[in-house]
Design a protein around this ligand. Structure first.
Ligand code: GAP
Length: 448
């Protein structure tokens, strides 16, 4: 490895260490079952993390479902009929090539051996003694039913979209939608990843927000381009355009169901990586479910009487991955004019876990300041902090991404104004208490 590459790697590791440590210290994200030493590939979201992630999901739902009259939502069960996964191709195709080291017994993805740590079990060499590559199915299994003998083997869903295909006919008919239209869902997915890594980036349990948009076969290109542009605009509003790129898939890397695909990638500290995939799935899913279930999932156009199986354009974004991207993108160490450094998490106000912190300058002012916090709490998430000097309290809010701090001071008693401090510019302005709620709502709820 060249010196430049080694130093890039070190800088990426330092940035990730800083992020992981902030996330644990401030209660965004930490290892699941931490008191038992953790469990690889599983993560828990603490009080700030759950707000951040919920805000991201709400924003996606707003843009993809509520602002459109051609998309409806569902919330399906995690466990589907096992035939679903035979029809979808996951039982046969959803595999990663994997090798085992005969010496240290560790398992690696055969296509990611460059990242494998050295073998610790061989004498005189740190090289692994690999087996041939074998395909390893990534679906997690469970069994349903109390009796061991009669238990039915099932899978935890590997992607949320299969339930959308299973429910296609019922949802279309009940919501009286016509082609083109979409069905959206946010929910957990599970994959037995061989090497979970890069914090939450590759986990074994994660959330996806997926849209399956059903179209006439003649409109595939148009809708693929339109959804790709739509989703890119969403991410650009959150991240800025320089942190993103679109990477079309080469033919040989397309998933088994895809005719065309592009990834929206984000520049993580560890390099460009996919946060969202836009796929042209053709009629793969509906045709296969028709075949496996025996239920006809084709439609007949009311006007032309044409009978056809709709094609599908899919947008699939990882909620945890995008949350991680928001944290990585936002976290900066900023040098200030007085020579000090501050840690600031520049999150878009729409996703910031806490929108405003109310800070009484003195504990004597608690009663009035608490009343302000109470009024604000009815419309946004508020923190209240009366401990420590005001500079330290600002810093605590900066590092969790709170866009505004409201300080109630002795002057507020007479002039009925408060000081609002902006997280990014650190500028302060006096605002009348009467208009405070409206002033802050304007700033934290401005549509994307
Ligand atoms: N239904 C299509 C589908 O599942 P995918 O590219 O396998 O496509 C879509 O997954 C998105 O789900 C990815 O872009 C990524 O953000 C997220 N994702 C996939 N595997 C993940 C994992 N192991 N950990 C976290 N997020 C994951």
């Amino acid at each position: 490895m060249s010196d430049a590459a080694a130093s890039d790697r070190q800088a990426a590791k330092a940035k990730m260490d800083e992020l992981v440590s902030l996330c644990a210290r401030r209660g965004f994200i930490f290892q699941s079952s931490e008191i038992y030493g953790g469990i690889n590939g599983f993560w828990d979201y603490g009080p700030l993390g759950v707000e951040l992630k919920n805000n991201l999901k709400a924003l996606w739902w707003q843009k993809v479902v509520r602002e459109r009259d051609d998309v409806v939502g569902i919330d399906s069960s995690i466990i589907a009929h096992p035939r679903t996964w035979e029809a979808s191709g996951h039982v046969e195709h959803f595999t990663d090539p994997m090798v085992d080291c005969r010496a240290c017994k560790k398992r690696f993805r055969a296509d990611q051996l460059d990242d494998a740590p050295a073998c610790s079990s061989r004498e005189g060499t740190s090289e692994h003694d690999f087996t041939e590559a074998r395909n390893f199915n990534l679906m997690l299994k469970t069994s349903i039913g109390a009796s061991q003998d009669a238990a039915m083997e099932a899978y935890l869903r590997a992607e949320t979209c299969q339930a959308i295909f299973n429910d296609f006919k019922r949802v279309r008919e009940s919501s009286r939608q016509k082609i083109p239209f979409g069905i959206a869902q946010i929910g957990k997915a599970f994959r037995n990843e061989i090497n979970p890594r890069n914090f939450t980036f590759r986990s074994r349990e994660f959330e996806q927000a997926e849209l399956e948009f059903f179209i006439h076969p003649s409109e595939r290109e148009k809708w693929f381009e339109s959804w790709l542009a739509e989703r890119l605009a969403f991410h650009t509003a959150l991240f800025g355009k320089d942190a993103l790129r679109v990477r079309p898939h080469a033919k040989n890397e397309l998933a088994h169901y895809a005719k065309q695909a592009s990834d929206i990638e984000f520049l993580f500290p560890f390099g460009w990586q996919e946060i969202e995939g836009v796929h042209d799935r053709g009629d793969w899913d509906l045709s296969r479910h028709t075949q496996y279930s025996g239920k006809d999932l084709s439609i007949t156009d009311e006007e032309t009487k044409e009978k056809y199986t709709p094609m599908v354009i899919e947008t699939s974004v990882g909620v945890d991955r995008t949350t991680l991207a928001l944290l990585a993108n936002g976290l900066v160490q900023e040098k200030l004019d007085d020579g000090e450094t501050r840690t600031v998490l520049r999150l878009h106000p729409l996703v910031a876990p806490i929108k405003v912190a109310v800070l009484p300058l003195s504990k004597q002012l608690n009663e009035k300041a608490e009343k302000i916090a109470e009024d604000l709490r009815r419309v946004m998430n508020v923190a209240y902090d009366d401990s420590g000097n005001i500079g330290r309290r600002y810093r605590r809010q900066d590092e969790i991404g709170t866009p505004f701090c409201v300080t109630y001071d002795f002057e507020s008693e007479t002039d009925r104004q408060v000081t609002i401090r902006d997280r990014d510019t650190m500028k302060q302005e006096r605002v009348a208490l009467d208009g405070l709620v409206a002033y802050l709502r304007d700033r934290v709820e401005a549509p994307l």
